[in-house]
Ligand binder design. Sequence first.
Ligand code: GAR
Length: 187
Amino acid sequence: MKKIVLFASGNGSNAENIMVYFDLAKTVSVVGVFTNNSEAKVIERAKKFIVPTFIFNKMELSDDTVLKQLKQLQPDLIVLAGFLLKFPIHIINEFPKKVINIHPALLPNYGGKGMYGLYVHQAVLENKEKETGITIHHVSEHFDEGEFIFQTNVNIESCITAEEIAHKIHELEMEHFPKVIERFLEG
Ligand code: GAR
């Protein structure tokens, strides 16, 4: 049984989808949900699955507090699922090739600081892109720049609002993210 931890900053629909998937699949155990937001909906979602939650502030992410908690849990993989803070290099170095992120666009386009959630989809819409997609990638010290693990795209020519694009991206995320994690852990 492989162990994963999830990091999320808000809603947590990806985190919940991953918990549902592995609750049924039994190949992977979600051993913790970490959040920098004490109001985040992801906390309630984790409770439903009896997964322990860890709430931390920016200071605790940059000092050794979060790192120590992670070391106790000994995860095989750290998954950023809607985590909006920069992930610190001292944690990446402790878990080499074991920190991955999902981004709601086809990187290297529409990435970087400030590019999250609806901001991404608004930018995609303004540029009249015919397609967008999701990117699952290794996390490096720079926002959205690690090596790609998986990408898939979707046609958005029929979309007239950023929310409609968000809906299509959400469907891709729900379908692919847990399976990509599972395959990644299988090597
Ligand atoms: C997801 O679409 C995820 O790809 C995106 O935030 C959303 C979180 O939704 N992540 C980023 O934009 C990271 N730059 P969720 O909290 O419902 O899973």
